[in-house]
Design a protein around this ligand. Sequence first.
Ligand SMILES: [Zn+2]
Length: 202
Amino acid sequence: METIKGAQLITQNEINMGLLRPGDHIFTRFIKRSKGFYSHHGIYVGHGMVIHFVPVWPLKDGTEFPNPGPCEKCQGFNGGHHIIGVYGKVVTSCVGCFGNQIYLYRYGVSWPEALLNPSTCCPYKSKPLDEAVKTANEKLNTGFGGYDPTTNNCEHFATFCRTGIKYSLLPIFEKFGDKVPELPVDELGKIAAGTNVSVAVM
Ligand SMILES: [Zn+2]
């Protein structure tokens, strides 16, 4: 199977879907002009469906993105509870709408390994997979606060479902650039959690 730095490709165009387990933290990668890759994260909850956290923004025609799409299986990014005025929404969609190439995110790696492989793995230990499914479904009803690409993003959502702690290296890279200083791991963890975000997610 193809591997990329720090992560394994597990499904492609709905091939090998049987390898997914409910509770798996999965991600897909997109190419962003001039900025290399960015990734989108979610929790696989079974029956071909994923729960994930997306930004919401108003469109010119008065509706908002995301709104129900044409997919027969999932009607696009749909089903989430949306609090008016909060620009973030927990949605459900089929794996196909989530992405064509699905990678498996890993837990319980060392901090040095995590720092070398951003957006593919996390230094925290995961809870049992069924608890991740339960938390993702709860957040589908209650939301996850306002989306912020750095401090409250889709990776924060998925890691929160799996560990109870928000984790993404983007706040660390935003703060320090590529030169991350040697800091105690609990200090790194606090920054990774995007603690300066004012929106409560509990
Ligand atoms: Zn779909």
